[in-house]
Every structure is written in structure tokens, then in C-alpha cells.
Design a binder for this molecule. Structure first.
Ligand code: DGL
Length: 273
């Protein structure tokens, strides 16, 4: 049962959404530093991959999810999805009653201050085509060379829980080799699904070459909620997970990053097919 809209207060939940399990890499980091919060997570598995969708589609899917979060009285919504942050954040940022945290815009200042010149970005097609990382980083530092590369199969490999298949390890290795031709000093995992592949990537390049932006993103979320007096002070807390298809696969694929204890609730929207 979804409760109706009330006043937002510090005990209201923090909501996350993504196209599937990817946002769990962010929830995981946030929960480590904010263990006493109530959490709601929506994985839009029916519409995965978001990286292949149009701006109009992404706005439609997100609007349904955001209205659900408003009905659940969420105090903050974490756009734990680089694709939606890159493509639709500017269009939707003032439409809702909660605080909205977009991943790309939130981490770009920190990326701009890295003491390096050549930065690689692995991300979805939509994120790369939007040039959002280049644009946001350039707001703070115009001198960095930023190389974006789209990795077409990676989200599917993670969602299908097929990380151990040799052909998939080969796909990841080939994509990495292509990126390494640019001689990047660091590579940002600019899609929340990609940290699931870190162990594979680090078989072929030093692990500390890869940056998971979720770490600094989580700290920013904490600092901001703290500043606004919005951290939960109650002892009791809860988590709720929703998906738009295949709850069992979600629960299974999630395991590497998050123990989703109960099978997620299936929740779809009539207008989003
Ligand atoms: N994990 C999301 C991102 O960070 C979307 C991946 C997808 O569904 O294409 O971009």
C-alpha cells in the first residue's frame, strides 16, 4: 500500500531509481554512511536499457516514478542513473516537491579537480551522445581532455547476471582496450551498472585506474541532507524495493552489491509500455 502525500520531514524516505540493479551501487555507498535512513528503490527493468531510449521516453518513465515517490512522501530522490541525469535533469529539476540529486552534475566538480589531464568516461550511448560529463566538467576546468566511450553490451551483461561468461569477459576487455588507445590516466565508470564489472576490468588494467563516482556522490548527498536538517533521527527504519518486471532476476543480479532481502514488489504504470 502506498501512503498518500504528506508533509516531508527528516523521517521521510530517500528514494533511488535506475533502469535496473545499477542504482544499487549508489544505494550501497549511501547506506554505508547513512545507515539509519528509510530507503525506497525503483528499478525500471521493463524499460532497461535507458541508454538506448529517447529524451521523451526517459521523461515519461521518470515522471511516473517521481509521482510515485511524491505519493510516498519522499524527502529526496537520487537520480542514481547517469543517463537520466545527463539527458533529462534540466527538464525535470523544478517539477517535484522533493530534493533531486543528479549523479553527473553532483560529481563533476570533484572530477574536474583530479590532478590529471586525460580522463576517460565509460557510459551508455545516451550519456555519451549528450556530452554531459564534458559539459559539466568544463564548468570547473576547461583544460581537461575527456574521452567518452559507449559500451553497448555492459548493462545487459550485468542485468542478466552473466558476468562469468567468457564471451562477456572478452567484450569488456575489447571495449577497455579501445579506451586505452586514448591513454587515459583515469577512467570514470559513468554508468551505475559498470562497477559490477570492476573485477573483470581490473584483470586487464590497474584497479585504481577506475573511478566509481558513487563514493563522492554519496558524501554529497549526506552533506546536503545534513545541512538542511533532513537526516533521520528515528531508530526504526525500512527499505522497499519495486521493479517494473522480473523481480526474481533483479534480486539475483543485485547480490554482488546489495542484499535485497525480500523479492521486490512488481509495480508498473498503465501509460508506460
Ligand atoms: N545505469 C544507468 C546509467 O547510469 C542506465 C543504464 C541503462 O539502462 O542503459 O546510465
Amino acid at each position: 500500500m502506498i501512503t498518500s502525500k504528506n508533509n516531508i520531514n527528516s523521517n521521510s524516505p530517500i528514494a533511488f531509481f535506475d533502469s535496473g540493479v545499477g542504482g544499487l551501487t549508489v544505494l550501497n555507498k549511501v547506506k554505508k554512511i547513512l545507515p539509519n535512513e528509510n530507503y525506497v528503490y525503483y528499478g525500471d527493468t521493463l524499460h532497461m536499457p535507458y541508454g538506448e531510449k529517447t529524451k521523451e521516453q526517459l521523461i515519461e518513465y521518470s515522471d511516473n516514478i517521481f509521482k510515485l515517490f511524491e505519493d510516498m512522501n519522499c524527502k529526496a530522490v537520487v537520480m542514481a542513473c547517469n543517463t537520466t541525469s545527463s539527458v533529462i535533469y534540466e527538464d525535470v529539476k523544478n517539477r517535484y516537491s522533493f530534493k533531486l540529486f543528479p549523479i553527473v552534475q553532483s560529481v563533476s566538480e570533484i572530477l574536474s579537480k583530479l590532478p590529471i589531464n586525460r580522463l576517460g568516461i565509460f557510459a551508455t550511448r545516451a550519456t555519451i551522445e549528450s556530452n554531459a560529463y564534458q559539459r559539466e566538467i568544463a564548468k570547473y576546468n576547461k583544460n581537461k581532455q575527456v574521452f567518452g566511450q559507449h559500451c553497448p553490451n555492459w548493462v545487459h551483461i550485468v542485468e542478466e547476471n552473466a558476468l562469468k561468461e567468457p564471451k562477456n569477459i572478452e567484450i569488456v576487455r575489447n571495449d577497455l582496450e579501445k579506451m586505452l588507445l586514448n591513454n587515459p590516466e583515469k577512467i570514470v565508470l559513468g554508468c551505475t551498472h559498470y562497477p559490477f564489472l570492476l573485477e573483470i576490468l581490473s584483470q586487464f588494467a590497474p584497479k585504481d585506474m577506475f573511478i566509481d563516482p558513487a563514493e563522492s556522490f554519496a558524501q554529497k548527498i549526506k552533506d546536503d541532507l545534513e545541512k538542511d536538517g533532513l537526516l533521520n533521527c528515528e531508530k526504526e527504519h525500512y527499505e522497499r524495493f519495486f521493479v517494473s518486471s522480473n523481480p526474481q532476476l533483479f534480486q539475483q543480479s543485485a547480490k554482488m552489491f546489495y542484499d535485497v532481502k525480500e523479492t521486490p514488489e512488481l509495480l508498473t504504470f498503465l501509460n508506460a509500455v
